[in-house]
Design a protein around this ligand. Structure first.
Ligand SMILES: [Zn+2]
Ligand SMILES: [Zn+2]
Ligand SMILES: [Zn+2]
Length: 466
């Protein structure tokens, strides 16, 4: 039961005369709630928790600190006062590369064998943890929360890269210390041309204790000339933020700024800089196909990639056209050919029916999973509608052109008009300006005219031999 439930039904629980009570997440449980569990019959109180992670929330801020310290749990108080406790030293959550960043917090932590053979993050060439450091300055949003636009752009670009490489968006959590940044990243992800219609986990550190995910992208936000790092100074929060990932942990922040203001961050960054060095001003990506490294410094650089390196793909697709994307990790089965969707090339071709049968409209770009993927990229339905209008206009223009041609040919038979007759006698070249039906010219026709032969002299003469 919950601690609130215990407080509410204390009399009922007391009637059972419990001898043992076990409280989980005891470091987050305020002392008042624990004292409710101290029944007269109690012989053994077991508290399970981690005093280095988030503390409980004391509603009255004045009582949370000096001299009352009601914000500190009984668990933390007893540990700090060196009451005997036993500590688990073997972790089963994260790969060793991620665990080493926690060394300054959990010095004696060991790895369970089950974490040693986890799959690497696709498209990263074995770089399963990284601290991308930058100089993009923080700003304040209208609700006075901190935001960092450059960092948000990097996180979103990298999120897209991982999804193009086959990660499910549900396997990636974006963690941040500021609600303003959480909202900004969520908005950018929703607006991203490749990611529309997907679900995202973008959460603040405080709401993510006890949770975990395959990949965690941590956005630290703070970067200023004053060296002020706000919430990032709170060690319990840092501990939670760094310990949520199972297979991939990528941190985005201003490392020198953090080192200046916090010893804990200085130690974390030192641990990540050891061999293999996992910190730098460039995010290292490795394409699956060519094993080629791409170094990303600015968010816009992700736009030039289609999930691989910057080399053009140029492979032949099943329709026979050459792929116009850059190197990509997904198969051509999910790429819709732009040429096949161009109405001028499709007109009258069986490919037209194929592409129209797919969701009833032509589309362009890549499709991903079972839905057209970059359909949205090119403006989605707007683009499709434009293609349909262009197709209809072209059809009408061709029909009108055909009609005009027939009229012009008829005029050639009846009256040479302004046609110039070159040569004479048996064979003539006809040059005539063709009307566009609006009093203007739509081009010049050139044809060969042979005078009609006398009857029974042979087959009918043809007027034009174009
Ligand atoms: Zn490549
Ligand atoms: Zn291709
Ligand atoms: Zn094609």
């Amino acid at each position: 039961m919950t601690t609130t439930g215990l407080s509410k039904y204390r009399g009922l629980v007391q009637s059972l005369n419990p001898k043992i009570v076990l409280i989980e997440e005891a470091a987050e449980t305020l002392e008042g709630f624990v004292s409710v569990a101290c029944f007269k019959s109690l012989e053994h109180l077991i508290l399970v928790g981690d005093h280095q992670q988030l503390r409980g929330h004391c509603n009255d801020q004045e009582l949370a600190g000096k001299p009352y310290y009601l914000g500190i749990s009984m668990f933390e108080r007893l540990v700090r006062n060196k009451v005997d406790f036993s500590q688990l030293k073997r972790q089963r959550r994260m790969i060793p590369e991620i665990r080493r960043a926690l060394k300054p917090i959990y010095e004696e932590l060991e790895d369970h064998p089950s974490v040693l053979d986890r799959l690497p993050i696709p498209g990263m060439g074995g770089v399963n943890s990284y601290f991308f450091t930058h100089k993009g300055r923080e700003t304040t949003d209208i609700q006075m929360s901190k935001v960092n636009h450059e960092e948000a752009g990097m996180v979103v670009g990298f999120f897209d890269y991982l999804v193009l490489n086959g990660m499910n968006p549900g396997e990636i959590t974006v963690l941040t210390f500021y609600n303003g940044q959480r909202k900004l990243i969520m908005r950018k992800l929703r607006e991203h041309r490749h990611l529309q219609g997907k679900c995202f986990n973008v959460v603040t550190v405080d709401s993510y204790q006890g949770e975990e995910n395959e990949v965690v992208l941590l956005s630290l936000v703070r970067s200023n000339a004053r060296g002020n790092i706000g919430f990032l100074e709170v060690e319990n929060r840092v501990c939670v933020a760094l310990s949520r990932a199972r297979r991939g942990s990528y941190i985005f922040g201003d490392a020198p700024n953090l080192c200046k203001s916090s010893m804990l961050w200085w130690h974390v960054i030192q641990a990540m800089a050891k061999d293999p060095c996992r910190i730098g001003f460039y995010l290292h990506l490795t394409c699956k196909k060519h094993d080629e490294k791409t170094f990303i410094k600015e968010p816009g650089e992700f736009d030039a990639l289609d999930g691989g390196c910057a080399k053009p793909c140029r492979e032949e697709m099943s329709c026979g056209h050459i792929c116009t994307l850059n190197c990509h990790p997904f198969s051509h089965d999910v790429v819709s050919c732009k040429k096949c969707c161009d109405p001028s090339q499709l007109f009258g071709s069986p490919q037209l029916q194929v592409h129209f049968a797919y969701e009833g409209r032509p589309y362009s770009g890549i499709s991903h999973d079972t839905q057209p993927y970059r359909d949205f990229a090119a403006g989605g339905h707007v683009e499709s509608d434009k293609n349909l209008v262009a197709l209809a206009e072209r059809e009408a223009a061709e029909a009108r052109g055909k009609q005009l041609d027939e009229e012009n040919f008829a005029a050639l038979f009846s009256d040479p008009g302004d046609a110039t007759l070159v040569d004479s006698s048996k064979k003539m070249t006809l040059i005539r300006t063709m009307s566009n039906g609006k009093g203007g010219s739509r081009g010049v026709w050139k044809g060969t005219y042979k005078p009609p032969r006398p009857k029974n002299a042979g087959p009918e003469a043809s007027l034009l031999d174009l």
